[in-house]
Design a protein around this ligand. Structure first.
Ligand code: CIR
Length: 285
């Protein structure tokens, strides 16, 4: 593992738009679409372990709209779904599917109250993906536990994703020509899913919380380490030539900007109250 020196200023520049782009040695997928679903009025009845109070619905809605605008600014076309009142956590669309090149994998969310979210997503994804896999019981898996890093995927084993869910995911990925490795996530305070503490930035780079930084799975990567006080900021969205990150985390922001990233900072206060981060709010493909 190499912690990036501050003087490095290699910029992950895409050479082509609207298709595969080359970053250094690596082929990276450009995202053309993102599925989003606004929070429902029942949003504050969702699951949470955070102690930041109840979310303000109107503010959450406004923050969601700014998130959508930011994605559009990154050149992504939005597929906007209707709010789903029966499922308070349904704005966190990332957890119900994993989208890879050529296939969609429907999850089986680890939380009982979220399992019903998958059905609607199956219908939507059927319009865009001919090939679909499904995680089946006793396997459970939340999309937030799956981090794509080029041709390799990290699979978090968490309170939501069990070993069997991870095994099924690894098998589907292998079928599609990808490799994977698993990472233990359960038990790290404040980290619900793998991607709560990890972002892949392309070009062999990761943003990582300290709890993950020493793991052998990440030792070949160049790493932006996140100060513990800024752990929430580790969940970013790297989309086309931009990086969305949560507002209010100056150290990580400064370091990313210094290394040439075009950072768009977004206020995520209301989603943080419900254990959600930036990546959870969209499914990008
Ligand atoms: C939940 O507990 O399922 C939601 N309140 C938050 C889900 C956040 N999703 C994510 O990190 N991928």
């Amino acid at each position: 593992m190499v912690v990036l020196p501050r003087e490095t200023s290699k910029i992950p520049k895409f050479l082509a738009k609207g298709g595969d782009a080359i970053i250094g040695q690596e082929k990276t997928i450009m995202f053309k679409n993102a599925i989003v679903r606004p929070p429902a009025k029942t949003f504050n009845q969702g699951l949470t372990t955070a102690q930041f109070g109840s979310p303000d619905f109107e503010l959450a809605l406004a923050q969601h709209e700014l998130y959508c605008i930011a994605l559009q600014k990154c050149g992504v076309e939005l597929i906007r779904l209707e709010a789903e009142e029966n499922y308070p956590d349904s704005t966190f669309v990332e957890d119900v599917a994993v989208l890879i090149r050529g296939a969609a994998i429907l999850s089986n969310p680890g939380a009982q109250s979220r399992k019903g979210e998958v059905m609607a997503m199956r219908t939507v994804l059927g319009r865009y993906f001919q090939k679909m896999y499904t995680i089946t019981p006793p396997g459970t898996l939340d999309g937030g536990d799956i981090c794509e890093a080029g041709h390799h995927f990290f699979i978090g084993i968490s309170e939501r994703t069990n070993e069997e869910g991870g095994r099924q995911m690894a098998e589907f990925l292998k079928n599609e020509g990808f490799t994977s490795s698993s990472v233990q996530v359960a038990g790290i305070p404040g980290i619900l899913h793998l991607k709560s503490g990890l972002t892949f930035l392309g070009n062999n780079r990761l943003v990582l919380i300290d709890a993950f930084a020493g793991l052998p799975q990440f030792k070949e990567y160049d790493v932006f380490r996140v100060d513990e006080a800024e752990n929430y900021a580790a969940n970013c969205v790297w989309v086309n030539d931009h990086l969305l990150m949560a507002k209010g985390y100056p150290k990580l922001r400064q370091s990313l900007v210094h290394h040439g990233y075009q950072v768009l900072s977004l206020d995520m206060s209301e989603y943080r109250k419900m254990d959600g981060g930036l990546s959870c709010l969209s499914l990008r493909f």
